[in-house]
Design a binder for this molecule. Sequence first.
Ligand code: MN3
Length: 241
Amino acid sequence: MNRRESLKLLASAAALAATPLSVRAAMAQTTTPAAPAAGPFTLPPLGYAFDALEPHIDAQTMMIHHDRHHAAYVANINTFAQQVPALGTTPIEETLLNPDYLPLQIQQGVKNNLGGHWNHTFFWELMTPGGATEPSGDLKSAIEASWKDANEFKDKLSAMGVGRFGSGWAWLVLNKEKKLELISTANQDTPVTLDAKAIIGVDVWEHAYYLSYQNRRPDYIDAWWNVVNWPKVAERFAAAG
Ligand code: MN3
């Protein structure tokens, strides 16, 4: 940096310091949500209002989770797609399963952000205000073939989520042998890479519950069962079989 550049930097720092606090707060706000970077990946709409899942999941949590966390995964994956256009034309599952066409140095970043995009798209559809609170039909029979009843199944999946150390997800999947199985993945890892079809997935990252439940992850998961979209779960189970 030459002298003129450093003087300019000092001048802009001084100007910022002189800017009224209210204006600086507004400036900060406009940069807080992830910029909706243009590209092949888009943030899917939530499909219901932010406050639709209250009192179980609060509106502010839903807004931040969808409009900032998920939006950031989408923005980041679009940035990667600018570097590697093939990323934007390859089906998401295919990239997650076989990221070898990507440069080594972006593979982890793609896995995190594309996985985050996949997981959250799955997650929003899995929740609904009101509706059934129990599985039915073929899904109910399948659950009862693997567990004593729906309650035992829910307890086991809840325990899987509570037991996930740090950030991640707990899942009901249909595995390669076409059997229902409970698994947990770290961070934004998906069941896709485990050759399993996701049927139910619960986000146990702190960002999914901390505003209402703080450190009480078990309470969040208990409440979360109230908003599960069982017809959607049944639909996924039928499609996976
Ligand atoms: Mn999340």
